[in-house]
Design a protein around this ligand. Structure first.
Ligand code: IFM
Length: 457
């Protein structure tokens, strides 16, 4: 066994998001969000649940910070619920909402835990969806007002800001596939949504900088590296398309390259976009989107093997067998592939040069439950994290400016359309009593943080 030492300045943390943990959905002036509506639609959530109560973090935040302290977290990534701050999304300000996050930030700082705030983690105020949601440009304008208000109130203490979490999910899962709120299925709307999310990021960055001097400001993307299932031209082309849809569509405009031309062709040929001009793009948008940022947040869980099964001759080609055995997949059905994190970080560093990167989410859903002694032997999660930490270390050794790592998630929580059927936490939550129990992976992680090292077996 050997031990890999991380840089002295490296920050270890854990992440959560507002709707997934807070509960208190209708308290202290919070307005409804698209998730309050979506969870009430029959059939949208696997176990019929919602985030109405979730982990009750809104009432238990002090205990939860004590838990973070006990784990030795150096930084904590949380998100702010827009509709707690602005119940109708664009006009009135709810002081109680601001006060909640202000107290949270103060206590984090008292405990020497660096607050890392995400402004938007999917919970759009329903009032904004009612006026068109992200496909409508006015939502991007509303986001800037919201970002201004929050950063004016917290910007003296919060020095790390993420504008958006996972624009791909916001746009394509929310408006094209419809598996997430608001549950629409419309390609053109999804493409407009993606543009307005990026635009709102570009507009908000200078505002946050103004209100929060010396802060680092960035955006978090989720990545899904695409690998062709065979060397055939068709499979390679399918992998290119998936990469364009999922990864390049966001990376390219953020780093000054506008939308990838091959994807514009795909979308116009499919009639999702008109051929002459794209109505939602206005003069100046691309330079706004490409505003320089201080870091790129990277969410990585798995890669995807892409096949083109449309051609009959494709069916008989030899397939590369590099899928991990199914019993090593996580409960989400996601392959465990730590090497993909190394490859992704190298690609981002060499192709886009973000200057600084954080892993803003990485983790695994496994259902291991407490035994009679209230111990949770989640060895698969520890192994998952260990192997991804090793991959991150390898990337640092290769020159990638990776500055920190947030495990997803601090605690089990509401996993969107899967409800409470998936447990990503390093801390177990008993949803009946709201008891929190450290899983073995949390105890192991505490040792990683204390020693700033990871063992290699
Ligand atoms: O729980 C989600 C999180 O909200 C966003 N990234 C992926 C996680 C696991 O699905």
């Amino acid at each position: 066994m050997s031990r890999l030492l991380f840089p002295d300045t490296f920050k270890w943390g854990a992440a959560t998001s507002a709707y997934q943990i807070e509960g208190a959905w209708n308290e202290d002036g919070r307005g409804p969000s698209i998730w309050d509506y979506f969870t009430r639609k029959p059939g949208c959530i696997e176990d019929g649940s919602s985030g109405d109560i979730a982990c009750d973090h809104y009432h238990r935040w002090q205990d939860d910070i004590a838990l973070m302290k006990d784990l030795g977290l150096q930084t904590y990534r949380f998100s702010i619920a827009w509709s707690r701050i602005m119940p109708d999304g664009r006009n009135s300000i709810n002081q109680a909402g601001l006060d909640f996050y202000s107290r949270l930030v103060d206590m984090l700082l008292e405990q020497n835990i660096q607050p890392f705030a995400t402004l938007y983690h999917w919970d759009l105020p329903q009032a904004l969806q009612d006026t068109g949601g992200w496909p409508d440009r006015s939502t991007a304008e509303a986001f800037v007002t919201y970002a201004d208000i929050v950063s004016r109130h917290l910007g003296d203490r919060v020095k790390q800001w993420i504008t958006h979490n996972e624009p791909w999910c916001i746009s394509f899962l929310g408006y094209q596939k419809g598996s997430k709120a608001p549950g629409m299925q419309d390609w053109t709307a999804a493409l407009a949504a993606s543009h307005h999310v990026l635009l709102s990021h570009g507009w908000a960055v200078p505002v946050i900088r103004q209100n929060s001097p010396q802060a680092e400001v960035g955006i978090t993307l989720n990545f899904n590296p695409a690998v062709p299932a065979s060397p055939s031209v068709a499979d390679r082309d399918a992998a290119r398309q998936h990469d364009g849809y999922f990864n390049r569509w966001f990376l390219d405009p953020l780093y000054g390259r506008q939308y990838p031309a091959d994807m514009i062709t795909t979308y116009t040929e499919a009639d999702y976009l008109p051929t002459d001009h794209i109505p939602f793009i206005q003069d100046g948008d691309f330079s706004a989107i490409a505003v320089p940022t201080d870091f790129l947040g990277v969410n990585y869980y798995n890669r995807i093997i892409v096949r083109d099964e449309s051609l009959p001759e494709q069916q008989n080609l030899p397939r590369t067998n590099f899928l991990a055995p199914k019993d090593e997949w996580t409960d989400m059905g996601w392959e465990v592939y730590p090497q993909g994190l190394y490859e992704l970080l190298m690609r981002l560093h060499f192709e886009y040069q973000p200057g600084k990167l954080y892993i803003t989410e990485n983790g695994a859903s496994y259902g291991d439950a407490p035994n009679g002694d209230k111990q949770i032997h989640d060895l698969r999660r520890t192994n998952y994290l260990r192997n991804h930490f090793i991959a991150a270390h390898q990337a640092i050794e290769s020159g990638v400016p990776l500055a920190g790592y947030f495990v997803w998630s601090l605690m089990d929580n509401f996993e969107w359309e899967q409800g409470y059927t998936q447990r990503f936490g390093i801390v177990w939550v008993d949803y009946t009593t709201q008891e929190r129990i450290l899983k073995n992976s949390a105890i192991w992680y505490r040792n990683v943080i204390t020693t700033n090292t990871v063992d290699t077996n």
